[in-house]
Design a protein around this ligand. Structure first.
Ligand code: 5GP
Length: 369
C-alpha cells in the first residue's frame, strides 16, 4: 500500500531562528567560526563548514581558492583533468593557500577513469596528505553509487569522503560504512528541475534534522546541499545540525564564477523626449549539471532515455565573491550573537527554531536598487 506521511516537511522559508538569551557575547568578533571536524574514518579537518557546489560554473579553481583562503571548504568539479588539478595545487602552494579542505569531485559514470585520476594526482601531483574526495551523483540510491563508494574507500582508506546526494535518513547508515560526510538534498537546487520532472525531493529543513540525527549517532557528518537563497539559510542549516552547507546559485553571479558577464538592455516604461529609457542590466549564466546544456557540453548530448533535470539561468551579476564570503562569515557570527552561541559548533545546541508563515517583509521589494 502506498504510504502517505502526513507530517509537514519544512523548508528554509518555513522557519526562523528565534533570538534568545544565552551566554553573553559582546561582539561578533568574539564568535569562533572555525570548527574542528573529527571524521568517522579517522581524519580531522578544521574550518568553517561552507562549500561551493561541485558544479562546472562555481566548482572552478578561482572560486575554490577563495573559499580555501578564507578558511572554508571547497570542491572542484569533476571535469578537470589530473594535470589541470596539479597546476592548481602548485598555484595554491605558491600562494600559501591551504589545500587541506579541498574536495576533488568524481562521478559514477566512468568510475575506472575517475579513480585513475585520483591515483594520478597522488603519483604525479603530490596529493598525498589530507586527501578529500567528493563522490557526486544526482541519485545516490542506485547500487552502482554504493559500489563506487566502497571501492573508493578501499583505494583511499585515509581520505575524507563525502558522498551524495540523498534525500532521506534511511540510507545514511549504509553510506556511512564508507563515507564520512553525506551530502543531503534532492530537488532543492536553484537550477534543478528534478521536482518538476520526477515529483521527487524532500524539503531541506526536515531533511537536515532527519539525516543529522542519524549520521551523528554514528559519528558521521552531513552537508546540506542546495536551496540556499540567503545567508540566513546557511545559518538555519547550521542551527538545524548540518555540519556543512553547500551553495551554488549564491556564488554563481560573481566575477569568479565561470563565464563572461552578459549585458542586456531593457526598454523601461519611463519616457524621456518621447523615447523609452533603456536600462542596462548585467548577468551571468548558471546551469544545472543535469541540464541539456551541461549534457551537450560534457557528455556529447542528451541520451534518448533521459529528461533534463536541470535548467539554464541568467542570474544577476553580483560582483566580487569576496564580498559574499565576508557577508557569510559576518552573517553566521551575527546569528551566533542572537542565540548566545560562542562558536559555530554550538549553534544547533543554542538554537530555538520557530515555524512561521511569513519570514521576510517584502513591502518595498520592487524599489530595491
Ligand atoms: P543551489 O545552491 O544553486 O540552490 O543548489 C546547488 C546544488 O544543486 C548543487 O550542489 C547540486 O546538488 C544541485 N544541482 C546542480 N545541478 C543540478 C541539476 O542539473 N539538477 C538537479 N536536480 N540538481 C542540481
Amino acid at each position: 500500500m502506498t504510504q502517505i506521511l502526513s507530517e509537514t516537511y519544512l523548508d528554509y522559508s518555513d522557519i526562523l531562528i528565534r533570538p534568545k538569551m544565552g551566554i553573553n557575547l559582546n561582539s561578533r568578533k568574539d564568535v569562533t567560526l572555525e570548527r574542528m571536524f573529527k571524521f568517522k574514518h579517522g581524519q580531522t579537518r578544521t574550518g568553517l563548514g561552507v562549500f561551493n557546489a561541485n558544479m562546472a560554473t562555481v566548482g572552478n579553481f578561482v572560486v575554490a581558492a577563495k573559499l580555501l583562503a578564507r578558511g572554508m571548504f571547497a570542491t572542484i568539479h569533476k571535469h578537470y583533468s589530473a594535470d589541470e588539478i596539479g597546476t592548481f595545487f602548485d598555484s595554491c602552494r605558491g600562494q600559501n593557500i591551504p589545500l587541506d579542505n579541498l574536495f576533488i569531485t568524481i562521478g559514477l559514470k566512468n568510475a575506472d577513469a575517475e579513480i585513475q585520476k585520483l591515483k594520478d594526482l597522488e603519483s604525479k601531483h603530490k596529493w598525498t596528505a589530507n586527501r578529500n574526495i567528493c563522490i557526486d551523483a544526482p541519485n545516490f540510491y542506485i547500487q552502482k553509487a554504493l559500489d563506487v563508494l566502497a571501492r573508493v574507500r578501499k583505494e583511499f582508506p585515509d581520505a575524507v569522503i563525502m558522498a551524495g546526494n540523498i534525500a532521506s535518513g534511511d540510507i545514511c547508515l549504509k553510506l556511512l560504512d564508507y563515507a564520512d560526510i553525506i551530502k543531503c538534498g534532492i530537488g532543492s537546487g536553484s537550477a534543478c528541475l528534478t521536482r518538476k520532472q520526477t515529483g521527487c525531493g524532500t524539503p531541506m529543513v526536515s531533511l537536515i534534522v532527519e539525516c543529522a540525527d542519524i549520521a551523528h549517532s554514528v559519528n558521521g557528518h552531513i552537508c546540506a546541499d542546495g536551496g540556499i537563497v540567503d545567508i540566513g539559510d546557511i545559518c538555519k542549516a547550521l542551527c538545524l545540525n548540518a555540519d556543512f552547507v553547500m551553495a551554488g546559485g549564491m556564488f554563481a553571479g560573481t566575477d569568479e564564477a565561470e563565464g563572461e558577464i552578459i549585458t542586456k538592455h531593457f526598454e523601461t516604461n519611463e519616457m524621456v523626449d518621447g523615447t523609452h529609457v533603456v536600462q542596462t542590466k548585467y548577468f551571468k549564466a548558471y546551469y544545472g549539471m543535469s541540464s541539456e546544456y551541461a549534457n551537450n557540453k560534457f557528455a556529447g548530448g542528451m541520451s534518448n532515455y533521459k529528461t533534463s533535470e536541470g535548467r539554464e539561468l541568467l542570474i544577476p551579476y553580483t560582483g566580487s565573491l569576496d564580498k559574499i564570503l565576508q557577508d557569510i562569515g559576518g552573517g553566521i557570527a551575527s546569528c551566533c550573537t542572537y542565540i548566545g552561541a560562542a562558536s559555530v559548533k554550538h549553534m544547533a545546541k543554542c538554537a530555538t527554531i520557530i515555524q512561521v508563515h511569513n519570514q521576510l517583509n517584502k513591502v518595498f521589494e520592487k524599489y530595491s536598487v
